[in-house]
Structure formats: C-alpha cells, structure tokens
Design a protein around this ligand. Structure first.
Ligand code: GDP
Ligand code: MG
Length: 210
C-alpha cells in the first residue's frame, strides 16, 4: 500500500518535473555542402540506418527529413535528440542549372519548383529548432549571402549554432577562412563522407547541446 503510494508519487513528480522536451537539432546550409551526408553519418553511427539520399546534383533534399530519438554516447556522457535534415538554402534557383547537370527540361523544372518550396520550408522550420549545425563546404568561399543570412537568423532567435566545415578530406579545404569569416561561433572540421575528425565533431555536439 505504502509502496504503491510512493510509486504513484514518484511518477507524478517525474511527469511534472522530469519530462524533458525533445531536442530538435537542425542541419542547415548551402546546397551540396554535405548536410545529408553528415546526417547519414550520424544516423549510421548511432541508429545503424541512413537518413536520405545524397547527390552531386544540388537540391536532392527538397523536403524536411526527420529522424527521432538519436542517442549519442561518449565516455560518461549521453544525449538524445531529433535530427532534422533540411533542403539547401539558395538565393537563386534556375532550372537551366539542372539541365546543365544532365536533367531533362521537365525534370529540371519540377526540381526547381520543389527546391524553391524547400527553401521556404527550411526557413519556416528555423523557429522550431533548439540548436543548429550550419554545414559549409570548406573548399568554397564561406562569406556567402546564404551563410550570413542563416547565421544571422539563428542569432536573432537565440538558437545555438555550430559551424561544420565539411569536406576537409579535399586538399583545397580551408577551415581558417571560415574561422575568419565567422569568428564568434564554435567550429569543427570534418569529412562527412570519410569520417575524418568525427570524434571531435561529436564532442562539439555535446558542447552545443549541453
Ligand atoms: N569529398 C567530399 N565530398 C563530400 C563530403 N560530404 C559530402 N560530399 C559530397 O558532396 C555532394 C553533396 O552532398 P549532400 O550530402 O547531398 O549535400 P546536401 O545538399 O548539403 O545535403 C555529394 O556528391 C557528396 O558525396 C565530404 O566530406 N568530402
Ligand atoms: Mg541534402
């Protein structure tokens, strides 16, 4: 009887105080920076499954993708989050660029239309994020309108940011350039494709979400 009462009481307390809301971790960035490749690596490492398709042709991910309850562990630390892969944010989407990449006119036009919707959806979803990783292709100029806009929006909303300098396996990759462009944010270099520096990446994730 008494035990039962205590059980009930414990349950009640944990319902009131213990119910932690789910953490939403967003993956944002320019098309082709490697967002889906990174999301896939995280899912593969901790769930043993992939998230979505990565592609050489930009705007492969055109709708929000979500994987729930991913638990990352390191020594005595553990954290659980929902991972949200977003369509790449671009300032210009032209169907002719897709034709140049080998798509037929019809396919190219559909892709352009969907990609435009995807950008709007990604921006709308910013409000729902608890923390965001901004993935950048470290071989490209980081000081782009897209990066500045995403980071500016996150800061205005008080959402913690981690900059991920991706593709460090490539010789032209230059993390210093990204550090110089955005000196006030934490940054970690990785190769989402080959797994270089992935331990440091998870450590940076613990710091971002703590
Ligand atoms: N060399 C190299 N290529 C990568 C890396 N990560 C992604 N890629 C390639 O970059 C392209 C775009 O990747 P994807 O994940 O679809 O980019 P997203 O548009 O940001 O989701 C694909 O061809 C990937 O194979 C990386 O770490 N190194
Ligand atoms: Mg993608």
């Amino acid at each position: 009887m008494v035990m039962d009462f205590f059980k009930q009481l414990t349950k009640l307390f944990s319902n009131i105080f213990g119910k932690k809301k789910e953490i939403r971790l967003g993956v944002y960035g320019y098309p082709n920076s490697g967002k889906t490749t990174l999301a896939n690596r995280i899912c593969q490492d901790w769930l043993g499954e992939t998230m979505g398709k990565a592609s050489k042709i930009p705007h492969e991910t055109r709708t929000i993708q979500q994987k729930e309850k991913i638990t990352v562990k390191s020594k005595n630390k553990k954290l659980t989050f929902n991972l949200i892969d977003t369509p790449g944010i671009a300032t210009k989407i032209d169907y002719e660029d897709f034709i140049k990449k080998g798509l037929k006119k019809q396919e190219a036009q559909t892709r352009a239309k969907e990609a435009t919707k995807g950008v709007i959806e990604a921006i709308k979803w910013l409000d729902n994020m608890d923390a965001v990783m901004v993935v950048m292709d470290a071989t490209k100029d980081p000081y782009s309108q897209v990066n500045i806009t995403i980071i500016g929006n996150l800061v205005a909303r008080n959402i913690p940011v981690l900059l991920v300098a991706n593709k460090i396996d490539l010789r032209r990759a230059d993390i210093k350039k990204i550090e110089a462009a955005f000196p006030q944010y934490p940054i970690v270099g990785v190769s989402a494709e080959y797994g270089d520096n992935i331990e440091e990446f998870y450590e940076a994730l613990f710091k971002l979400l703590r």
